[in-house]
Write a protein that binds this ligand. Sequence first.
Ligand SMILES: [Zn+2]
Length: 190
Amino acid sequence: MGSSNTSGLPSQRLALSRRTLLGASVGAAGLFALRPFAALAATGPRNISFVNLHTGEKLNCCYFEGADYNTGELARIAKVLRDHRSGDVHPIDNRLLDTLHRLRGALETDKPFHVISGYRSPVSNAKMATASKGVAKKSLHMEGMAIDIRVPGVDLMNLQKAAKTLQAGGVGYYGESNFVHVDVGRVRYW
Ligand SMILES: [Zn+2]
């Protein structure tokens, strides 16, 4: 780490003290420090891994390499994240995968995402929306743009905080059900 250099210009000192303040407030909240910029490199491998909690299926893959998305791996991801009720497979939005890739970077974990819900067919979503107030009728799950997750060994509040830090879309906290909803729609929190 090069953060011990305090011999810089005033602006650098200011930046340092800001960082210290941020660190202090994060510490006071009982949360570990998150990497502030979980940026996405334009090239290079992007890995992701999932466990589908309904089917038990596991996938660990490199869905982006060089400068391209790997269509074969995207198809495998779509299959693992399919609607487990109907069996319907739908493409998962690349932006959602990139958000999850950044999220695991922010959390500095290589643990798989445990998936409660990935793609939902309109029929499944309508059934769920009827049964539960917490399910939106026009859910982004029906577009392959949303996922409900937890990560083993990661506190749910830390997962929520890290997802919000990315500013990549919606983040919903479901403490009772022990998952965080992440989507690539508008940036909004609940
Ligand atoms: Zn959701």
